[in-house]
Write a protein that binds this ligand. Structure first.
Ligand code: NI
Length: 281
């Protein structure tokens, strides 16, 4: 039995009936939920999706006027997964809510990654349906890059960027401005005590929880507990050690700043990448 659920949701600035109409058509699945299946096929009224692990059956509950998009996925193994999903109207807009069930053998990391993937799908659905193109089946306009004043620039969606990798404490650079990087990272477990002698370090918690232990000049340690939406700046020259039960963060710091600082205490743990940041795929 599922012991835990997480409700992943997205507001869409379209009428609930329009969103239901689009999302309830299995033929549209690969456009907004490519993580579920790359191709769909209808055989004798039954829908199948191509998944990385093989062909899976897919069925929505019967057509209804309540925005219920509950669906069953029959995995190649024969296991049937029931996914509750609903479009909830709010005037001329709506909220799409997907209930993600935690399966018995899922680790915290698996569960968090699944939630990120579902969130990315719902965000994609939002972009498709809010796009100005008359046909919602077109690729989103922001998928292309634009060249402005010699800088190669393209919009980056943080939810999708986070879903594109899963290693922890291994920041990806999502943007550069002046001499600074905007980086994102998944967080889990203990980081290492370290210090940046010449720069402050800015943190914004995007999801989950992220704690930063800091040590003052007298050696007294305090821990700052941060939740989704919280920001914090570690001043330069301050010894600090992040830790997290699971989450994701955004950092703002000078390009070239090393994740483990100018100096660190003891061995760098295996779950920490000593890096100045990686490019997004
Ligand atoms: Ni640091």
């Amino acid at each position: 039995m599922a012991s835990q659920s997480r409700h992943v949701s997205e507001w869409i600035d379209r009428r609930a009936a329009d969103v239901y109409e689009y999302a309830s058509d299995p033929a549209n699945l690969p456009k907004w939920a490519p993580g579920l299946g790359s191709a769909v096929e209808e055989v004798d009224g039954h829908w199948f999706v191509e998944t990385p692990s093989g062909r899976a059956g897919f069925a929505f509950v019967g057509r209804n006027e309540y925005g219920v998009l509950d669906h069953e996925v029959t995995l190649p193994s024969g296991e049937v997964v029931h996914n509750p999903m609903r479009v909830v109207p709010d005037g001329d807009a709506c909220e799409v809510v997907f209930t993600l069930r935690r399966l018995a053998d899922m680790t915290d990391e698996d569960f968090a990654r699944d939630a990120s993937l579902v969130q990315a799908d719902l965000t994609r659905l939002k972009h498709l349906l809010e796009g100005s193109e008359p046909s919602p089946g077109r690729a989103p306009e922001w998928a292309g890059s634009v060249r402005i004043g010699g800088m190669n620039t393209k919009p980056v969606n943080l939810t999708e960027a986070l879903a594109s990798f899963d290693d922890v404490y291994s920041p990806r650079i999502v943007a550069r401005m002046n001499d600074y990087d905007v980086r994102i990272a998944h967080t889990l477990g203990e980081h290492v005590w370290h210090v940046h002698e010449d720069t402050d370090e800015f943190f914004l918690v995007l999801d989950g929880r992220f704690d930063i232990a800091i040590r003052d000049a007298a050696g007294v340690e305090t821990t700052v507990v941060l939740h989704k939406g919280d920001t914090f700046v570690v001043p330069k020259g301050t010894e600090h050690k992040p830790s997290s039960p699971g989450g994701s963060i955004l950092m703002f710091e000078p390009s070239g700043t090393l994740t483990t600082g100018d100096r660190h205490e003891g061995e760098v743990p295996g779950n920490v990448d000593s890096t100045t940041g990686h490019e997004l795929p």
